[in-house]
Write a protein that binds this ligand. Sequence first.
Ligand code: F6P
Length: 321
Amino acid sequence: MRIAVLCSGGDSPGMNPVLRSVVRTAIDLGSEVYGVRRGFRGLIEGEFEKLSNRSVGGIINRGGTFLLSARDERFKKSEWRERAYINLEKEKIEGLVILGGEGTFKACSLIHREAGIGVIGIPCTIDNDVGGTEYSVGFDTAVFNAVECIDRIRDTASSHERVFLVEVMGKTRGFIALSAGIATGADLILIPEVEFPMERIPEEVSKAKEIGKLHFIAVVAEGYGSCQIIREYLEKEMGNKYGEIRATVLGHIQRGGPPTPFDRIMGMRFGEVAVEALLSGERSGFVAYRKGRFFIEDYELASERREIDRDLLRLWKRLNQ
Ligand code: F6P
């Protein structure tokens, strides 16, 4: 079978180990593999390159994706998708493996229906918000990166007895904030899944200072709100009463850098499952991971809302006293 692989949407650390696994598993099973550069844009522009085992050498430890990724609005229009399908036909591609998040999977399902070829998706997003799977490749590295940064902020926050607001990524969800918050012993975790009005923050700061905490660190999910806006509000309400207030947006630092061992290993496992599924005749669906096992699930499941871990939240609250 001749298959092609591409990455779409925001990159995530671990995509490279996934690609290494897709290419080498497929070749081991007697298939030919083509990489499509720049995601759906490359599909439209016909940017195919044949990949060998050597093409994916030296990438296991690198963040990002060597194939490059892109968002291309043109793919929403049927005339441009038609152009992509002509390219797939020209290259004699019989199956696709696509790495991305939930938005990407909507396109995967469309390609399968319109082009009539097998399309298997692999959840790769630092947000870990894909429905139906407990894990998306890249999350562990993003949390690791955020924790490393917050630990550094903590040192300086303590030295100056300051109040810090640290904004982390996660789009509309609080998975990164919750994990990074509990791992760093944050004094407050603000996530969109839990109602907590900004007006209650001063009371939390004062409680922390009263029990003798030197600093106060709030980990803020970007989906909860902007840490700059919260800082302005706190400055207005509390002034410097509990120490100076600073805000840091971690931004894309969370998305780069070497994937953690967990993301490398999970990435390679996801990659192998995707190729084996495609080669054994699976036509449409994404690889999902639940309770230590892999499944191929319908794309619709990816848009179901994943619940945050309430038990983790409970534990953080218990230990934050
Ligand atoms: O979906 C991954 C993510 O990093 C989100 O956490 C964040 O909101 C968004 O992408 C940032 O997008 P961009 O890289 O286009 O600025």
